[in-house]
Design a protein around this ligand. Structure first.
Ligand code: HEC
Length: 119
């Protein structure tokens, strides 16, 4: 039964190698396995961020896709991928990204960061 389940990741890796792409990132945590805090962050992301960012791939929408955000060393801008930097971008905005500093309380920010760590 599970042969195809095993073959899919292997073939994805082979495809990535064959096409010269970076190997795929480790998969995001499935929604069903998110903690309550991450789930709260997921709902915030869906209402505030998903209009501009994909969470499940790295393709650009209006801003860069955020899959694997913290699994890579650097953010799309080249800044280090850490909470300090991501918090600053969310609160203050960056270029075409609007600032959310007046629209998120501390709890919501923490929930959002917890969710972003699951990607
Ligand atoms: C109106 C569209 C828009 C919305 C809404 C938006 N973003 Fe962005 N975001 C952008 C754009 C555009 C960039 C690229 C900014 C740049 O580096 O020029 C970006 C960049 C980012 C980055 C990468 C920063 C870096 O240093 O590379 C993160 C992380 C991010 N956004 C998170 C979020 C989160 C979380 C939310 C929801 C609270 C959000 N964004 C909402 C447009 C948006």
């Amino acid at each position: 039964m599970s042969l195809s389940r095993k073959l899919i990741p292997a073939s994805a890796l082979l495809l990535a190698l064959a096409t010269g792409c970076r190997p795929s990132l480790p998969p995001s945590t499935p929604l069903s396995e998110l903690t309550p805090q991450q789930t709260a962050g997921y709902h915030l992301f869906a209402s505030r961020c998903a209009g501009c960012h994909y969470a499940n791939n790295e393709n650009s929408l209006h801003g860069p896709g955020l899959q694997g955000l913290y699994k890579k060393k650097f953010l799309p801008s080249g800044a280090p991928a850490n909470d300090e930097r991501v918090t600053a971008v969310i609160l203050r905005g960056r270029n075409m990204m609007p600032a959310f500093g007046n629209n998120l309380d501390d709890q919501q920010l923490d929930d959002l960061l917890a969710y972003l760590h699951s990607l």
